[in-house]
Design a protein around this ligand. Structure first.
Ligand code: ADP
Ligand code: ASP
Ligand code: MG
Length: 814
């Protein structure tokens, strides 16, 4: 015989109960045990009604009405009219009893655990009765059997202890006599020997099914639920989680103990001794293979089998000089808790014996605190033990696997992965079985921690990057276009899953935790909320996504000075905005230090030469022990464009105008023409080469007349360019006389930097530099005579966007 259990999620609606019937029909078995839970959510409703009544709030009647409606509606949807009346009247009469019980609680203003069990038992009793009647109606030979007649427990209400011998006898006796029927039984509920109803603990229907399966030597126990098995992590939190095909009893037990709700932890025990396999299957996808649980499971090359979490944990720490070397303190500590019936989920003790720290469920926190304080009142008054340290709103995450004990480095990998994502660890424990490593973290970090650990242990090759993009002008919109185009490639070839979660321009900002559909970003952004820097930052923190990256495509000073806040939260920063790195040296150094301390990459390759790999090359030269002697470079695509196009046949004014119109200059072209932009770039290269330098220390031999330099806006600036046309023409004539070309050159020599217009003779590396190209010559210890040269397009939105893109990928593949 097989035992099939259908959970609340499988019997929540009429449609899902029909689906359950399909599954039953397909087994083609004549004899079958079907254990069912209450209709999904009904147990919670019953408990709420009980509590409301005990609090003497009349609203308990509303909850009761809802409970009634749920059941009556389902009967009406499942059964044809002529079959309804019998079932409706039976259910209504049961609900009347329930009403009387609740009324009692309301008038007394109290609810005992015994009464609570009685009230809550209606959930399973009603669902099992309705489902059995429905089975009969569609033509099965079915029988309803009240579990209270078969499962016998002690009187620990709420979570009763099963009398296996008595229950086993009753089950085998009953099932040996039962005809070829489908026996439908309520899960979760049982009774004491003298007939009082008890329950087996929340989620206990799994346990009912397992007790029955073991008692009757069933060939298999199937747990049908709303997911396709036991997953590598809770699939509702970790999208990439996968069903584990085969798992051992111990691993399944450990996973469920540590929060994998899909299986109630005690379920394994009854079937374990008999070696009876458990299959976990999905009611809504019956074809999916699901998970099979047996004594031994194949290794499949993985050491970690799953990752779980227990929400709502409180840590209690007891410490003080009085604890050192004095035996018995920890014994008393645990005794107090056990007498108060508080189960300890996790224990850590430092070897100094100076402190013990335990984790318990939040709901027991108050009780534990008052009991422990009472028990140690004397020691606390004598200051031998410090007042109890309490931290609430925490959670436990755990890695589980039978093979973990044979492998080194797992905890190292676990904690460094969490550290990189700024997940603070409050306590650590390793199970004595070495089958699990657990850590206590903040409740808010659970989602991020589970996802990032899942990525590290199960998706070695895929990594998700979560981008927050500021600025969607020329560069930003090109970047979004490139991201959209490359999405598939990145996933397939680099195993990077790049998602844009937030976009903002100066007007609006828009977020979508699941990733903004990139074909629709412009319209979505207009539907966003008003941009607010603090709000933008706070939203990123709230979303608390793993591998978060801030991408700054603006030229805003305000934005540049917020990077430090992001880095401190371990959020990487990628920027084409030069302001941060060319601001005061202290600020630049601070950002570099924060990046190191919080393991948050800070990348700004596009600050010099757009997408050309200049800073990256410099970094590698230095990291591999080379030293920079001299840098000579043409670093302004804008100025190169201007001087390549300016000659006797054109005017300087028109050429600059054209450069501006074609997007080769900053919005304010004076920043380029004055040489400021090139100063910033050589400053960044100087700093990256190891020099402590500020902008004021750079010599600027500007070719602009003083009057043009002093202009206040674009209009005045262009007017000045017109006015000084002769001056500009003279520069061309002078260069021509020497058969030279004009190039605006940046130099770093022996720690001194300068920028200015130079005459470049034919044959020089700079002579034939075309269009808006950049070129950098690195003279180093390893390249003393023939420099290392990097050359190529150094301006334009496309290449800048691709440089940012490259930085993002660097983070993903690092
Ligand atoms: P049922 O009503 O069928 O008993 P439960 O809600 O008790 O269903 O258990 C199923 C749920 O367990 C899933 O919907 C899922 O959210 C949760 N769950 C938590 N951890 C895991 C895991 N590791 N694998 C599968 N499900 C999990
Ligand atoms: N209905 C009970 C609960 O919600 C038992 C179960 O579903 O397993 O806890
Ligand atoms: Mg369950």
């Amino acid at each position: 015989m097989k035992v099939l259990k259908f959970g609340g999620t499988s019997v929540a609606t009429a449609a899902s109960i029909q689906q359950v019937q399909n599954i039953i029909a397909q087994t083609k078995a004549k004899k079958l045990v079907v254990v069912v839970s209450a209709l999904g959510g009904v147990t919670d409703m019953l408990l709420k009604a009980a509590k409301t009544a005990a609090d003497q709030e009349i609203e308990y009647k509303d909850v009761l009405k809802d409970i009634e409606k749920r059941h009556l509606n389902i009967i009406k949807e499942l059964l044809p009219i002529n079959a309804q009346s019998k079932v409706l009247s039976k259910v209504k009469s049961e609900l009347n009893v329930l009403e009387t019980l609740l009324e009692g609680a309301y008038y007394i203003g109290e609810i005992t655990p015994k009464l609570s069990d009685k009230i809550v038992s209606f959930g399973e009793l009603l669902s099992a009765y309705i489902i059995s009647e429905y089975f009969i109606e569609v033509g099965h030979k079915a029988t309803f059997k009240d579990s209270r007649e078969l499962l016998i427990t002690d009187n620990t209400h709420g979570k009763a202890i099963v009398d296996f011998e008595e229950s086993g006898n009753r089950c085998s006796h009953y099932f040996s006599k039962v005809p070829a029927h489908i026996v439908v039984m309520p899960g979760f509920i049982a009774a004491t020997r003298d007939g009082n109803v008890t329950t087996l603990g929340r989620g206990g229907s799994d346990y009912t099914a397992s007790i029955v399966a073991a008692a009757i030597d069933a060939e298999e126990l199937q747990i049908w639920t709303d997911v396709s098995g036991m997953y590598t992590a809770n699939p509702k939190i970790v999208k990439q989680a996968k069903a584990i095909p085969h798992i051992s009893y111990e691993e399944a037990m450990e996973l469920s103990h540590f929060g994998a709700k899909v299986l109630y932890p005690p379920t394994i025990q009854p079937v374990l001794a008999k070696g009876l396999p458990i299959a976990i299957k999905n009611t809504f996808d019956p074809e999916a293979p699901g998970t099979i649980i047996t004594r031994k499971a194949p290794e499949e090359g993985r050491t970690v089998r799953g990752i779980t979490n227990i929400p709502a944990i409180t840590l209690l720490s007891i410490e003080g000089p009085g604890m050192i070397g004095i035996p018995g303190i920890s014994k008393r500590f645990f005794e107090v808790l056990s007498q108060a019936e508080i189960s300890v989920v996790l224990i850590t003790q430092a070897s100094s014996e100076h402190s013990i720290c335990i984790g318990i469920a939040d709901e027991y926190a108050e009780k534990a605190i008052s009991q422990v304080n009472k028990a140690f009142a004397y020691e606390m008054a004598m200051k031998k033990i410090k007042p109890l340290l309490i931290e609430k709103e925490l959670a436990i995450i755990a890695l589980v696997g039978d093979q973990m004990k044979n492998h080194q480095g797992l905890s190292g990998r676990m904690f460094s992965t969490l550290g990189k994502n700024n997940v603070n660890i409050r306590a650590i424990a390793q199970g004595a079985s070495e089958r699990n490593i657990s850590a206590v973290i903040r409740k808010e970090d659970v989602k991020k921690a589970l996802n990032t650990l899942h990525e590290a242990f199960f998706e070695e090759q895929t990594k998700q990057l979560n981008l927050f993009i500021l600025g969607v002008g020329n560069v930003g919109s090109k970047l979004l276009g490139q991201l959209k185009q490359q999405k598939k490639y990145l996933k397939e070839h680099l195993r990077l899953n790049v998602r844009v979660i937030g976009i903002a321009n100066s007007r609006t900002m828009y977020f979508d935790e699941q990733g903004i559909p990139l074909q629709k970003w412009p319209e979505l952004l207009t539907q966003g909320t008003k941009t607010d820097a603090t709000q933008f930052y706070n939203t990123i923190l709230e979303l608390n996504a793993r591998n978060s990256i801030l991408v700054d495509n603006t030229a805003s000073e305000e934005v540049a000075f917020t990077y430090k806040n992001f880095l401190k939260q371990s959020i990487a920063v990628v920027t084409c905005n030069k302001i941060a790195c060319s601001s005061g040296y202290e600020h630049y150094r601070l950002l570099k230090e924060l990046a190191k301390e919080f393991e948050a990459p800070f990348l700004f390759e596009t600050n010099v030469g757009a997408g050309l790999p200049i800073i990256d090359t410099l970094k590698h030269l230095i990291a591999s022990g080379d030293e920079i002697i001299k840098i000579k470079a043409v670093l302004s695509g804008s100025l190169n464009y201007v001087f390549n196009n300016f000659n006797e046949t054109t005017t300087f004014h028109d050429v600059v105008k054209k450069a501006q119109e074609e997007g080769y200059t900053e919005p304010d072209p004076k920043i380029d023409l004055s040489g400021i932009d090139v100063m910033r770039k050589i400053l960044i290269l100087a700093r990256e080469s190891g020099n402590v330098m500020d902008l004021e220390e750079i010599v600027n031999r500007s070719f602009l007349p003083e009057e043009a330099l002093q202009t206040k806006d674009n209009k005045a600036f262009f007017a000045a360019l017109k006015k000084f046309e002769n001056h500009f023409q003279q520069m061309v004539i002078d260069a021509k006389k020497e058969a030279c070309k004009l190039k605006f050159v940046a130099t770093l020599d022996n720690g001194k930097a300068s920028v200015g217009l130079e005459h470049i003779p034919e044959g020089h590396d700079f002579y034939s530099l075309a269009g808006s190209d950049n070129i950098v010559l690195f003279y180093t210890k390893r390249y003393p005579e023939q420099p290392l040269i990097i050359k190529g397009a150094g301006a334009g939105a496309d290449v800048t966007a691709s440089g940012i893109f490259a930085d993002i990928i660097r983070i993903g593949t690092y």
